[in-house]
Ligand binder design. Structure first.
Ligand code: MG
Length: 331
């Protein structure tokens, strides 16, 4: 059996590959380790929770509407720290570059990384560079690892029946932006990636109420994130389709391409479960932030083991975990 693209797509097929890749005996340094498959690890050091994570980026094309591989390389890692409750502190960057890559493009990527660092409050403190011969790689791959400090660690498995599910903004923007740009489709209003650091949103949410669980819905989109969180929490979820924020341009592009916007990657969003009495105050706090203006309460946690969507026309259907991202190489 050989690795195929679906193995890297964040869905159920990738889960099978992860069983091989996480078959490591030494995988937990005393806190939350590899076995949890959460957004990051937690290593207790003294009275501090050090959050640690890593992410590699191979997005094609490297420049796309709303962002580029540099911005996504910073945001991917700081967001995984943030959704663990970790304030992003320091990052490393490993770049593997194909011979022939334009230096001017590297300069542009680094500028973009620096802007995202400024926004997130983190610093790039160490790195590594390798150059491979032409043809050995498609232009560039960027790995970042990061550490953060969490006052309160938030897991992705903390759903409790009654919790309200909040998404911090519109869904599907990043995946559809990359796909439509890559394939040269025009849909009137240009779809832009939502790639952005989310720590500011996390800080507001944690100060406003009791947040029981968080995850960033990247590969596999909202459909993967909500199923993963429900399964790990051993609960069900009911989602109101009407309440899900999806831009009109994203919706029409999705319909035309036959892609479910709930199954494609977001790079600046959070799915959270909040205690029912705090949901409105967390929502109001999120909406004060420039990246949270379209935050919405989209459903609630219930007893059970399925994610059910009440549709716009009054029916019900399951939101299934996607097998793989319908759009490869989006991050
Ligand atoms: Mg994540």
């Amino acid at each position: 059996m050989k690795v195929n693209l679906a193995h890297g797509a964040g869905g159920e097929t990738m889960g099978e590959l992860l069983r091989t890749l996480t078959n490591v005996k030494n995988r937990n340094a005393g806190g939350i380790g590899l076995e949890s498959l959460d957004d990051g690890a937690v290593i207790p050091v003294g009275d501090k929770n050090v959050v640690f994570t890593t992410d590699s980026h191979v997005v094609r094309p490297i420049f796309f509407p709303g962002g580029d591989i540099g911005r996504i390389a910073i945001c991917g890692t700081v967001n995984d720290l943030a959704v663990m409750g970790g304030r992003p502190l320091a990052l490393s960057c490993g770049m593997i570059i194909e011979e022939g890559f334009e230096i001017i493009d590297l300069e542009r990527i680094v500028r973009s990384m620096d802007e995202a660092l400024t926004e997130s409050g983190a610093h790039l403190v160490t790195g590594d560079t390798k150059v491979v011969e032409r043809g050995a790689l498609d232009k560039i791959a960027i790995n970042t690892a990061g550490i953060g400090i969490a006052e309160k660690v938030v897991r992705d498995n903390g759903f409790r029946p009654g919790d309200r599910i909040i998404v911090t903004g519109t869904l599907g923007d990043h995946g559809l932006a990359v796909l439509t740009h890559r394939e040269g489709f025009e849909f009137g209003e240009q779809i832009r990636s939502d790639v952005a650091p989310v720590w500011g949103l996390v800080e507001l949410a944690l100060a406003a109420g009791d947040v029981h669980a968080m995850k960033d819905p990247t590969r596999g989109g909202f459909a993967h994130a909500i199923n993963d969180m429900a399964r790990k929490s051993r609960t069900g979820v009911i989602i109101e389709e009407d309440a899900l924020p999806v831009r009109r341009s994203v919706r029409s592009a999705s319909e035309m391409l036959g892609i479910d916007p709930l199954e494609v990657a977001n790079e600046g969003k959070i799915v959270m479960a909040v205690a029912p009495g705090d949901a409105e105050s967390v929502l109001s706090a999120l909406r004060t932030h420039k990246y949270g203006k379209e935050a919405a309460i989209v459903g609630k946690v219930v007893e059970g083991n399925r994610v059910i969507m009440r549709t716009r026309i009054g029916g019900e259907r399951f939101i299934e975990p996607p097998l793989g991202d319908p759009v490869p190489r989006v991050c």
